[in-house]
Structure formats: C-alpha cells, structure tokens
Design a protein around this ligand. Structure first.
Ligand SMILES: O=C1CCCN[C@@H]1CCCn1cnc2cc(F)c(Cl)cc2c1=O
Ligand SMILES: [Mg+2]
Length: 532
C-alpha cells in the first residue's frame, strides 16, 4: 500500500481522506454522507463507550432503548422545537411498493420520543431523579458537505435524558457529565478541549443553557464542538407535562387527577405557576450527547504526514513487533529464533494486558511492515533482529515522535507500559500547547479578523449581547473577504462564539474592559472562531 501522497498542511481534506482509508479506519459507502466504520475506528468508539458507560452507571444512569421511528404528530408536537431542523428529518414513506398511511420519521434525537413516556412514568417525587441513557444512532439528512466522523447523515452517539426535582440537582449533573466528556478527550484521546457555556445564540434553543467542550483543529484553525451537556430547565416538562405532586404543598390545594391536560378548556396550556398553584411541580431536565465525531477530532489533531497517530489507550494494537535483520546469510535456525522471539514477546506483552501483535507475515519486508503499522498509527513498533537477540534487547520506535530507543527484554512489559503512558502524556501536552498558543486575547476590533486569518481563536472581553454576536459574525466574514488575497478559495466564514470558558482566569483580569465590537461593558472572556 502507498503512503500518504499529500501533506497535512498542504491539502488537508485530501490528507484526511487518505489517512482514514490507508489507516484502515473506514470505507466509503454508496449512500452519500454514510461511511463504514472498520474495526480500527470502531475499537476507538468501543473504548469510549466502555469508559463513559461505567462512569454514568456510577451516578445511577441506566441504559434503555426507544424505537428509532417517530410519528409525525409526536415529532412536530412543538413547532418551535423542530423549527429550523425540519429540512434534515428523514422520513419513511413507503413499505415495499405501498405508501405508508402516515409517514414516520427516523429519530434525529430522542426528546420527542422519550418525553411522553417520562410524563407517564413520573408521577411522584419518589420517581425522581429519572436518569436514562441510550447508546444508539441518529439520522440527520444534512445538506452541508459531509465529512467522515465530523458530519455524517447517520452517526453513533449516546444521548442521556434525566429528570430532577430541582434545578440545583440538574445543574450539578450537567457539570458532572461535561467533565466526563472532558476526560474522554483528555484521558482517552489525548485531545485538549475548552469546557465552557454557549452563548444565548449558540445554545440549544429548546433548553435553558448549554455547556460544551470545544476542540480545535490547528491545521485549519477551526473549532469543533466536542460534546454538549444541556440543562433544559422546565421547557420540555412544560411542553410534555412531566410533573410530580409537590410534596410540600398544603393538602387542600392538591387537585386530584384533572391537573394534566389543557387549561381551562380554552386550548391554552397552563402556565408553570398555574400548575404550582394546583400543587404540581414541573420537573427539571437535562440532556447530554457525545458522538463518533470524537474519532474525527482525534485523527485531525494527532495525525501526521505518515498517517494516523493513535493515542495508546484507544489503539486496538498498541505494539507491533517486526522481525528484522534477516539477510541472505541468515540461517534457517537464526530466522526461526527471531520469529519465535517476536511471537513470544507478543505473548508476554499480551499476558501483561498490552495489546501487542507480532507481524510474522512471511512475504513482506520489514520496511513494508513498518509502513503498514505507521499508516495505522500504532503507538510503538518493536524491531527484533539477530543482534538484539544476542544483546537481550529490542529496538522500540515511537510513532508520535519516531524516536528510537533500545529496551532490555527484562521487565519489557513494565517499560512498554510506561512508554505507552509517556506517549499519551506527550501527545496531550503537544496538542494542549498548540491549542493554548492559538487562543489570542484581543481587545481592539482591528486585530479580530487578522487573528482569525492566522488560524487562531479570538478571545475577547465580551458584552454577551446577542445582536453584538450577529455583528461579529458579519464583520469578521466581510472584512476577511475584503482583506483576503484574491486566490483564496472560498470567502472565509465569519466567526461564531464557541464558548464562554469556565476558566476565566487563564485570560487575566476583565475588570473595566469594554467589548471591542460594540464598546459596552464586557461581562466575560469569550472565545470566538471559525468552526466545523
Ligand atoms: O444535543 C443534544 C444531546 C443529546 C440529546 N439531544 C440534545 C439536543 C439536540 C438538538 N437537536 C439537534 N438536531 C436536531 C435535528 C432535528 F431534525 C430535530 Cl427534529 C431536532 C434536533 C435537535 O433537537
Ligand atoms: Mg445539526
């Protein structure tokens, strides 16, 4: 197989396609926007699933499964909830040759599927908190240019949907889940992210607030939303009448039964206060999701011109062992001794919990095998030849830095295990330093677009006024087009707010600063940038 024929910094879209295919992560599919996840990438998803699933079970989340089909009247229960999303809903309209009486939608997300049942299942405060999660796939028929893992018409994800008696309890869970997402990126994928809250314009419109972990692709200077944890407030419980008897309400105001359903027969839904006056409390809800987009971010951040660079903790093969030094003068016994040493080394490493594979294919040269495992981003390659056998050592080559070291066969598993952790930490540190170096504080508007065009994020002391955000998007797109060299392919997109980082201190004191776009008092440092 050929190596990668373009440079990452040269032709990034082509580089990404080649790295995924030659790294054996995916294959293309004849339905546009859909891809086949081969074992090399599916193992990454399984690793994320195993870790995240164990963590949510620690806080009492239970997995369940709801149907993938949604009836039209259920999906469209609230016009404003799906307004804007309607064009991407996929519908089943036929079975065989006959049309369906009523078309059914394929879930793009499961709020409308699940919440009518939450209303039935939740009657008393003793039914709270309800914490359910689904590992499933969703379909969104996006028309924007599809990108493997980043924007696909079907993707795997988990969607958590919880109901709580108080906002305080809901808030706590939102932040806990968001930190689990940060840990998925940092501890499994060695990818740095910035946790923060979305602006009013960028949040999930159906919710109260959205928290996010924002990733960054240095090659394009674009941000990418890595995972979201929303507090829905009582918007959905109001919509779906998910309520409990107020345990503190005085007996006399408790209305038996009748409370649900329409208001005074005039079709108007009761207000939250009216429900409360009847001793009914609407529940506080969260929803949170993380998808196979994680894999695309990992590839884009760590990959290099030789192919994938896999973070050790999610690499299906962590160590590839290649027999070397076999020449025309090598005797059959010597060759056998080397083959056996490679085979035994793989067995010893596997016994120590390290995912090792001896490449004992007879018909390929060491060089060919080096290329094979480098394309796949295997973190460590071990080379074992006649001299290594004599010296009771092996040559270890790191995929991330390509550094070579000689390791004694004594305690080899310990030294490999230590080296794998070192590789993870170094990959994270490198990506984190790069990301931090691209977060530029900006207090004068004239610097804003230049910073964007330097493939950096712009951190401004921001007023948090929604109209100001619209202006920033317009002004940063327009100026970029004016200032840009004619040969720029597409007029650069404007900047959107990516998040208001929870870590405000990293940007210094904001006291007395003014918004560089509109001049009013700044509230919080906010990160803007172009994004996927
Ligand atoms: O992001 C998450 C985490 C996991 C559970 N869901 C939320 C919100 C999802 C927003 N969203 C996102 N995309 C959508 C696409 C659609 F076609 C329709 Cl009808 C609705 C939506 C929609 O509500
Ligand atoms: Mg979308």
């Amino acid at each position: 197989q050929m190596g990668i024929t373009v440079r990452k910094e040269g032709d990034f879209p082509e580089w990404y396609t080649q790295v995924l295919r030659k790294g054996d992560m995916l294959d293309y599919y004849d339905v546009s926007g859909c891809y086949i996840l081969k074992p090399w990438s599916y193992f990454v998803w399984e690793s994320i699933q195993a870790w995240f699933d164990a963590e949510i079970k620690k806080i009492g989340v239970e997995n369940c499964y709801f149907p993938m089909f949604v009836s039209q009247q259920v999906l469209e229960k609230e016009k404003d909830h799906i307004e804007g999303f309607a064009p991407e809903v996929a519908w089943v309209t036929k079975a065989g040759s006959s049309d369906l009486e009523r078309p059914v939608a394929i879930r793009p997300t499961s709020e409308t599927v699940m919440y009518p049942y939450y209303a039935n299942w939740i009657q008393s405060h003793r039914d709270l908190p309800l914490k359910l999660n689904q590992w499933n796939s969703v379909v969104r028929w996006e028309f924007k240019h599809p990108q493997p893992f980043l924007r696909t018409r079907e993707f795997l994800w988990q969607e958590g949907h919880t109901a709580h008696i108080s906002l305080k309890e809901a808030d706590k869970e939102v932040m806990h889940i968001l930190d689990l997402y940060r840990q998925v990126y940092e501890k499994l994928l060695a990818v740095p992210v910035v946790p923060g809250v979305k602006s009013e314009k960028e949040k999930f419109a159906g919710g109260l607030y959205t928290t996010t972990v924002e990733g960054f692709v240095p090659t394009t200077g674009r941000g990418i939303q890595g995972g979201t944890s929303h507090c829905l407030g009582r918007n959905f419980s109001h919509m779906f009448e998910i309520m409990v008897e107020d345990p503190d309400a005085p007996e006399h105001i408790k209305v038996k039964g009748r409370a649900k359903g329409k208001g005074k027969g005039d079709g108007r839904r009761k207000t939250i206060e009216e429900y409360e006056a009847e001793g009914k409390l609407l529940v506080w809800q969260n929803s949170w999701g993380l998808s196979t987009r994680t894999i695309g971010v990992m590839v884009m951040v760590h990959g290099d011109d030789t192919g994938l660079v896999m973070p050790p903790r999610v690499a299906q093969i962590q160590v590839a062992i290649v027999p070397c030094g076999i020449g025309v003068k090598t005797t059959a016994q010597e060759k056998d001794a080397i083959w056996d040493a490679c085979d035994q080394t793989a067995k010893d490493l596997k016994a120590a919990g390290i995912r090792a594979k001896a490449d004992l294919r007879d018909n390929y040269s060491p060089g060919y095998k080096f290329n094979h495992w480098e394309l796949r981003g295997v973190p460590i390659r071990l080379e074992i030849g006649p001299k290594d056998l004599e010296k009771k050592s092996v040559v270890a080559v790191r995929r991330d830095t390509k550094a070579k070291t000689s390791l004694s066969v004594d305690n080899l598993s310990e030294s490999i295990s230590t080296l794998l952790d070192q590789i993870h930490d170094d990959m994270f540190a490198k990506a984190d330093a790069e990301y931090r170096s691209r977060r530029k504080v900006c207090e004068q508007w004239d610097d804003f677009t230049r910073i964007l065009n330097d493939k950096c994020h712009v951190v401004i002391p921001w007023c948090e006024v929604e109209a100001c955000e619209d202006e920033i998007k317009k002004r940063s797109a327009r100026q970029a087009t004016q200032g840009e060299a004619e040969d720029e392919k597409a007029p650069s997109m404007g900047a959107k707010s990516l998040c208001i980082p929870f870590d405000q201190a990293q940007f210094g004191d904001i006291t007395g600063k003014k918004c560089p776009q509109c001049g009013v008092d700044a509230k919080r440092w906010t990160m803007f940038g172009r994004s996927y």
